[in-house]
Design a protein around this ligand. Structure first.
Ligand code: FE2
Ligand code: FE2
Length: 363
């Protein structure tokens, strides 16, 4: 018997079907699959990070600096800044405990927090040495200060891994900027009252060393944030906008004179509202593919769902002020780096971390 020819749909019908399709692309991976991809990425990046960290930033707070060369005649303003940054870094055990616990279900991110904490702890020791060798305060005063700080306890501003992922990007960039500006006045390049005569080569070395660590932290957290943006754009942008709205430097309220410290930072052009907007937010948002924060905040209130191929509602990537393509390019670049690393180690032969397209696309 002759087979019936399959009827070729009329062109107009095809056109009609096409028109009824959502006009924007939707993701095809399940939530679980996307969670796993982020976890695998974080795990591989953590390995890459520790290798690099041990090779390039293996300094010690006691032996990597010439402590006796540090100036002992700095202004009260300089001393206020050093005491304040010590106070903030001194909560490294709290930051580490809270973050590690919050992220305990992610092997990669939780383990990273341990390594991160070990690096932050060195910053605390470094500033402690700095206070001692500057001789502005007696060792007894410093001991009392330390005890006062130990009685306080840092609480995380967010209780979920996604918000934390956004918060740490901004926080690390803010800290890095603070240290770059301390290095700047220590090079004698500040004209702000109290900081204009602060040239101190050893202090430059100290501040620069920590700034490099903070840059490495920023880069790690930035990659994690981009993975979230790539696989969960809608929720991640919501979390990002919320985090920006509520961001504050950690632990300042736990310092005995936190207001004076922030005021001195502000007057010294080290860290304040202006620096936060231009040197922290602007840079971090650009790296996250956000080109217009206001537009993003407005757009975020609109619906971003469309039916997927199976009829289920899925996210779209149409957000005003956000360039999905920028994030996608960065994520692909990250996987190239991870693949190269795993190839070098041999892990690529057994369990390679492979890039999987989200199925979303930009405009
Ligand atoms: Fe730090
Ligand atoms: Fe850091």
């Amino acid at each position: 018997m002759k087979k019936m020819p399959i009827t070729k749909p009329e062109e107009s019908i095809i056109k009609e079907i096409e028109e009824q399709r959502p006009t924007y692309p939707v993701g095809i991976l399940s939530r679980q699959e996307r969670d796993l991809l982020i976890e695998r990425g974080a795990r591989s990046l953590y390995r890459w990070y520790t290798t690099r960290s041990q090779k390039t930033r293996n300094w010690h707070p006691d032996h990597s600096f010439n402590w006796r060369a540090l100036r002992t005649d700095h202004s009260p303003e300089v001393n206020t800044v050093i005491e304040g940054v010590y106070g903030i870094e001194n909560y490294a055990p709290d930051y580490t405990t809270r973050a590690t616990h919050m992220l305990r279900k992610s092997y990669g991110r939780a383990n990273f927090q341990l390594r991160w904490g070990a690096e932050e702890e060195k910053h605390s020791d470094l500033w402690l040495n700095c206070m001692l060798f500057m001789r502005f305060r007696t060792p007894e005063w410093i001991e009392d200060y330390m005890q006062y700080l130990r009685n306080g306890e840092w609480q995380a501003p967010w209780e979920d891994p996604l918000h934390l992922a956004m918060y740490v990007v901004i926080q690390e960039r803010a800290t890095q900027l603070t240290y770059l500006n301390i290095a700047l006045f220590a090079r004698g390049e500040s004209d702000k009252p109290g900081f204009e005569g602060a040239a101190d080569p050893e202090l430059v070395k100290i501040a620069q060393t920590i700034a490099i660590d903070e840059a490495a932290h920023y880069n790690f957290f930035l990659e994690i944030a981009r993975l979230y943006l790539y696989y969960f754009p809608a929720q991640t942008l919501d979390a990002l906008v919320e985090t920006i709205k509520h961001f504050a430097m950690p632990s300042v309220h736990l310092l005995p004179d936190g207001d004076k410290f922030m005021e001195t930072m502000y007057r010294g052009g080290i860290y304040g509202g202006r620096e936060y907007v231009t040197d922290v937010l602007k840079i971090a948002l650009k790296h996250l593919g956000v080109n217009d924060r206001r537009a993003l905040e407005r757009g975020i209130k609109r619906s971003r769902q469309a039916p997927g191929p199976d009829g289920e509602m899925r996210e779209t990537t149409f957000f005003d002020g956000f360039e999905y393509d920028v994030v996608e390019t960065s994520v692909k670049r990250l996987y190239d780096r991870l693949n190269e690393y795993e190839e070098e180690v041999g892990l690529a032969d057994i369990i390679p971390t492979q890039f999987v397209p989200s199925g979303f696309s930009g405009r």
